[in-house]
Design a protein. Structure first.
Length: 227
């Protein structure tokens, strides 16, 4: 949600607060009441879409980092066992194949890290039956395999998140258009009948309809803020 959209959402919330305070004046007017209900529904959905966008932005990155760290830690532990074994039998080719530090794994590009961990997994599977004395267990190999699969799966999450965010962006734009229509073409027009009969209600509504933008106020009649 953009800053201008947030400003407009805050205006809608202010309008709903005023309408709630003066509900005894309009609640028996069916058309007015229906429009208020529709506006409140739009605002609730807008808040939900905004929260979805925020979760998309922050959750995916945290999830990927955590899974990358877990996978790398498991690979490093197994790699160390393989290097110890390789040293004992004089297999320096094996030693170099799995010779990665935590920095090598964590600082590499996402797919490179996965490939390096797969190399360690492949080498471990090849000799796991020989490494009981080195405390390498089948469960450790299985755990690394699962961690790699989970990490690879989460690599696709940013693309999925972009798609979800794009859907939310379109939904938000549509909800603001609907809310604009309710306010400008319905509630604003019906509020004119309260200008003389309920001036306090009318004035507070007008004040709430002002969109506050970076410390400056304007009414939508002066400058329309589009979603």
């Amino acid at each position: 949600m953009t800053i201008r959209q947030i400003n407009k959402l805050n205006m809608c919330l202010a309008v709903l607060m005023v309408l709630t305070r003066f509900r005894t004046i309009w609640e028996t007017v069916v058309a007015f009441s229906n429009d208020v209900t529709a506006l409140r529904s739009n605002v609730d959905t807008l808040n939900a879409e905004r929260q979805k966008q925020e979760r998309t932005k922050t959750g995916v990155a945290k999830d990927k980092k955590g899974k990358k760290h877990r996978m790398s830690s498991l690979a490093l532990r197994i790699g160390g066992i393989l290097q110890s074994y390789a040293t004992a039998i004089g297999d320096f080719v094996l030693y170099e194949k799995v010779n990665y530090s935590m920095t090598d794994l964590m600082n590499a590009r996402d797919t490179v890290t996965a490939d390096r961990c797969r190399i360690i997994l492949t080498e471990a599977r090849a000799v796991e039956n020989l490494l009981g004395d080195y405390n390498l267990t089948p469960a450790m190999v299985t755990e690394l395999s699962g961690a790699i699969d989970e990490y690879v799966d989460v690599l696709a999450a940013p693309r999925i998140a972009i798609t979800e965010s794009s859907v939310s962006t379109r939904n938000i734009a549509g909800l603001f258009r609907s809310s604009d229509n309710i306010l400008k073409n319905k509630l604003d027009k019906m509020m004119l009948s309260y200008e003389t009969t309920n001036p306090d209600f009318f004035q507070e509504y007008q004040n709430a309809r002002i969109i506050i933008d970076l410390g400056k106020g304007h009414t939508e009649g002066e400058e329309e803020v589009k979603p």
